[in-house]
Unconditional design. Structure first.
Length: 133
């Protein structure tokens, strides 16, 4: 049996330090009220500035989402207009060529032009359903 001298035992107890590590975590842009209060204790008005900053960031994000949605809708409408114009031109040319006896060219314009528009619409629907969010 090993005995530790009395002097060594007391020295060991006295020199023992404790380190406490605390970890806090939250989700969302704004810290919980207790943490905001601690920020205010560090610098007066800091919590209010943090909240105001988050409000400006949210407003900016909403504005950017609205602009993106408006642009997307505009591009989509323009694409539909161009597709309708192409279909109308192909149908008109097909009927004119067919009327003048060029049946092969008429069939090519009608099926080729309308087929491309139909395939474009079908392809865009498949692409939308497969795209990851």
């Amino acid at each position: 049996m090993v005995t530790v001298p009395e002097k060594s035992r007391t020295a060991t107890k006295a020199s023992a330090d404790q380190t406490v590590i605390m970890h806090a975590q939250w989700t969302g842009p704004i810290p919980p009220p207790g943490v905001l209060k601690q920020y205010d204790e560090v610098a007066s008005g800091l919590a209010e500035r943090i909240v105001a900053s988050m409000e400006r960031e949210q407003e900016h994000r909403h504005e950017m989402d609205w602009k993106l949605l408006s642009t997307h809708n505009s591009i989509y409408a323009r694409g539909q207009f161009i597709a309708a114009l192409i279909a109308l031109v192909c149908l008109t040319l097909g009927f004119v060529l067919g009327y003048h006896g060029h049946s092969a060219a008429a069939i090519a314009f009608v099926t080729g032009g309308l087929g491309q528009v139909v395939l474009a619409f079908l392809g865009s629907r498949d692409g939308q359903s497969k795209s990851p969010e």
